[in-house]
Design a protein around this ligand. Structure first.
Ligand code: A2P
Ligand code: MG
Ligand code: MG
Ligand code: MG
Length: 310
């Protein structure tokens, strides 16, 4: 089976995730092109699911669990119970990933040490509203509760460039090794740009953003997308001082940001935990930066910190 080459487990997982994230990204585009989004309201307020979320989740979870039957895989969406569409599966390994040398500390990781966190479509609200570049597919690999590797596919990267442009990109990273398919760019030095939610805002979010005294606020969708804005120097910080983000929203982006030298914590500065039995919501909110992380932490109002407990 493809998952059984001699490479260390973490590398094989990332190699499989890069291939399957590309496939899931294609599914996300195909569903949108079909015009039949099949939107369902989930339990939470302002919480949607589409056919693309369901099909991409099936693609990722089925493909990975067939290759790595002993690894815990946790996806955002509930299984549909429908027969698996074999044409949705992808079990090849990315050669590009298998070429790298796995960091020493991750070479002998065992199946039972790993949890894979899957967000088949991050930015669902924006997807249904046509903000297509906000959408990402997120596959994060956690070892002993820490985010160590991540894969992000952005299915509509470049779609504003017009016909002929290559649509979509895949980025991946391993802490201790670096990240590929994305480049760290430095944001402007003469102003402070903060990014936050456009569809899940509330008083706590607004208060915390104001406290950062930003020159500009980018209100956009998706946790993956906002971490990419920080990585690519379009924003100095991603500030989300409320509990809506879940482990599958942060695991992959956190690992890629860390691999490039940035930081992602809750709004108190605590590391996020990714054990298999952890509660899914990031109850302490999210703060992602490249630099001055402590400054953002110090600006966080006490009233917000008291309301957004870890
Ligand atoms: N209140 C919420 N309910 C459900 N999902 C949320 C909520 N807040 C954030 N999320 C998830 O975190 C992501 C980042 O938040 P936002 O886009 O508002 O900045 C969302 O795209 C959504 O992921 P998903 O689209 O995968 O359900
Ligand atoms: Mg969702
Ligand atoms: Mg999400
Ligand atoms: Mg999602």
């Amino acid at each position: 089976m493809a998952g059984n080459t001699g490479a260390p487990l973490v590398l094989r997982l990332v190699a499989a995730s890069v291939s399957v994230a590309e496939k899931a990204g294609a599914i996300v585009r195909n569903v949108f092109n079909s015009g039949e989004l099949g939107v369902v309201e989930k339990d939470g307020k302002n919480d949607l699911q589409t056919q693309a979320d369901r099909s991409a989740q099936e693609c990722i979870v089925q493909s990975l669990s067939r290759q790595f039957p002993k690894v815990t895989i946790i996806g955002e969406e509930e299984p549909t119970g429908e027969t698996v569409d074999e044409s949705h599966l992808e079990t090849r390994l990315s050669e590009e990933v298998l070429k790298v040398v796995c960091p020493q500390n991750l070479q002998s990781v065992k199946d039972e040490d790993v949890v894979v966190w899957v967000d088949p479509l991050d930015g669902t609200k924006e997807y249904t509203e046509g903000f297509l570049d906000h959408v990402t597919v997120l596959i994060g690999v956690a070892v002993n509760g820490k985010a160590v590797a991540g894969v992000i596919n952005q299915p509509y990267y470049n779609y504003k460039a017009g016909p002929g442009a290559t649509l979509g990109r895949t980025m991946w990273g391993i802490v201790g090794l670096g990240a590929f398919g994305v480049e760290r760019l430095v944001p402007p030095a003469d102003k402070r740009i903060v990014t936050t939610t456009r569809s899940h805002s509330n008083k706590l979010v607004t208060e915390s953003i104001e406290a950062m005294q930003p020159d500009e606020v980018l209100r956009v969708g998706g946790a993956g997308h906002k971490v990419l804005l920080v990585i690519e120097g379009k924003a100095h910080a991603y500030v989300f001082a409320t509990p809506g983000c879940k482990k599958w929203d942060t695991c992959a982006p956190e690992a890629i940001l860390h691999a490039l030298g940035g930081r992602l914590t809750d709004i108190h500065g605590n590391a996020l935990q990714y054990h298999r039995d952890v509660k899914h919501p990031n109850t302490g909110g999210v703060l992602a930066t490249y630099s001055d992380h402590d400054w953002y932490l110090s600006r966080m109002p006490e009233s917000v910190k008291a309301a957004v407990k870890p």
